[in-house]
Design a protein around this ligand. Structure first.
Ligand SMILES: C[S@@+](CC[C@H](N)C(=O)[O-])C[C@H]1O[C@@H](n2cnc3c(N)ncnc32)[C@H](O)[C@@H]1O
Length: 302
């Protein structure tokens, strides 16, 4: 077997460089943390990584931050960073899984960046619910506040799968995708909004400060066809409200965005007519870090 190249560095700190160099992510988190932390707050940071959100919370006036991560090999580096930034008195590092970890006291605020490429595919809901049930003070806050996930049926234009339709540098590549084939989902960040043929449907809509219901692992939805065209695939993405008026999303992926999109390619492409509708169901495995979510759909006539 050919050796597989590393997709990300095997240095425990370099694993985080893509996230840290996503400037929009860092700036919006900083803004949201400064808008949410009150002086003297007790905070927990779930999935602290190199501790950057915990350090923002201290800069914003938190009295103490419990910084939790399950990845044991990064925590010595995080400790060094916290020391070199003079915050060892305020930040207490805890190794553990956020769904099980014990905290020494209740907290005023839960912060995290456990946002997956498809929103909930890094177990954000399970981690926040487990801590919030046991440790969030009445009236306490959660950052991000809200997270929704969406799917839309598209033609890709000249990007991603779109290279197989229309003029391609003076050639026509459509014959490449004529076979009946059911491709696996693909994770690629779109740089531009594709041609949307259906409405954007919502699959999950979580308000972390209010939702205490157990999570559903199947979401059914209907996508009404808005425009005639060739259905080449479905794109999945998230929209996240960090704090009031401060949002992050990955559709399309902005410059420097480290998140990608989920795609379910349709091969061969099928023609859609306005007025038709697509019934779909997304099935999500519980608690996974290597998610493979299953999108099943069928087209219904008008
Ligand atoms: C997307 S990174 C974010 C790191 C850092 N908070 C930041 O914003 O740069 C997610 C981090 O959460 C940690 N993590 C994932 N699942 C976890 C869990 N169930 N409990 C604790 N930490 C977890 C990972 O090890 C990783 O360090």
């Amino acid at each position: 077997m050919m050796p597989q190249p590393y997709h990300e560095s095997n240095h425990p700190a370099l694993y985080y460089q893509g996230m840290l160099s996503d400037n929009r992510r860092m700036e919006r988190y900083r803004e949201a943390i400064f808008a949410t932390v009150s002086p003297g707050d007790i905070v927990v940071d779930l999935g602290t990584g190199l501790g950057v959100l915990a350090m923002f919370a201290v800069q914003a006036g938190a009295a103490r931050v419990y910084a939790v991560d399950v990845r044991s090999n990064v925590l010595p580096i995080t400790r060094r960073l916290i020391e070199s930034n003079g915050m060892s008195a305020q930040i207490i590092l805890i190794e553990g899984d956020a769904t099980e970890v014990e905290l020494p006291e209740p907290v005023d605020l839960i912060i995290n960046e456990l946002i997956g490429d498809f929103g909930t595919d890094e177990n954000i809901q399970e981690c926040v619910a487990a801590i919030s049930r046991r440790y969030l003070r009445p009236g306490g806050k959660v950052l991000p506040r809200k997270l929704s996930t969406h799917i839309v049926g598209v033609s890709y234009d000249q990007e991603f799968r779109g290279v197989y339709s229309g003029d391609f540098h003076g050639m026509n590549m459509a014959a490449a995708l004529l076979d009946e084939f059911k491709p696996a989902p693909v994770m690629v960040g779109l740089q531009r909004t594709p041609v949307e043929l259906t409405e954007r449907a919502t699959l999950e809509n979580i308000h972390f400060e209010n939702d205490s219901q157990p999570r559903e692992y199947t979401a059914s939805t209907q996508l009404n066809v808005l425009k005639a065209g060739e259905l080449q695939g479905f794109v999945g993405y998230f929209v996240c409200e960090l704090a009031a008026g401060i949002q992050l999303d990955n559709y399309p992926c902005y410059a420097g965005c480290h998140w990608v999109n989920w795609h379910w390619p349709v091969t061969p492409a099928i023609p859609l007519q306005q007025g038709q509708c697509i019934q779909g169901e997304l099935t999500m495995p519980q608690r996974t870090t290597a998610p493979c979510w299953n999108w099943q759909w069928q087209l219904e006539s008008a």
